[in-house]
Design a protein around this ligand. Structure first.
Ligand SMILES: [Zn+2]
Length: 109
């Protein structure tokens, strides 16, 4: 596995502390954390993103859409480019809009 530089903490400007967990590589600093080598995020952001994913994933886990189609549908329902539809990179304000967008998708299926 490649050892990329640890993400920089936006609060203190230091490199985050890396640890190997049973869930994979984790980085921590100043109450923020991330998985893999993603930028650090606060608890509210993680919560909004995981809630967005939970609601969104039902679209393709249920078999109503393929995973790719579900992302296309989210782009359609939000007006965001598909490249901006990946929840793990969304700011919390955007992730918070996903559940309503998913309801629009269900209504259109
Ligand atoms: Zn820090």
């Amino acid at each position: 596995m490649s050892r990329k530089p640890r993400p920089i903490c936006p609060v203190c400007g230091q490199r985050a502390v890396r640890s190997e967990t049973k869930y994979g590589l984790r980085h921590d600093c100043c109450g923020l954390w991330s998985w893999g080598n993603k930028p650090l995020a606060d608890a509210d952001t993680h919560k909004a993103r995981s809630e967005a994913h939970r609601v969104f994933d039902v679209l393709w886990r249920s078999g109503h859409l393929s995973r790719g189609e579900a992302y296309q549908a989210l782009s359609w329902a939000t007006g965001w480019p598909e490249a901006d539809c990946h929840m793990m990179h969304m700011p919390k304000e955007r992730a918070a809009l996903v559940p309503a967008a998913v309801r629009r998708i269900w209504a259109a299926l």
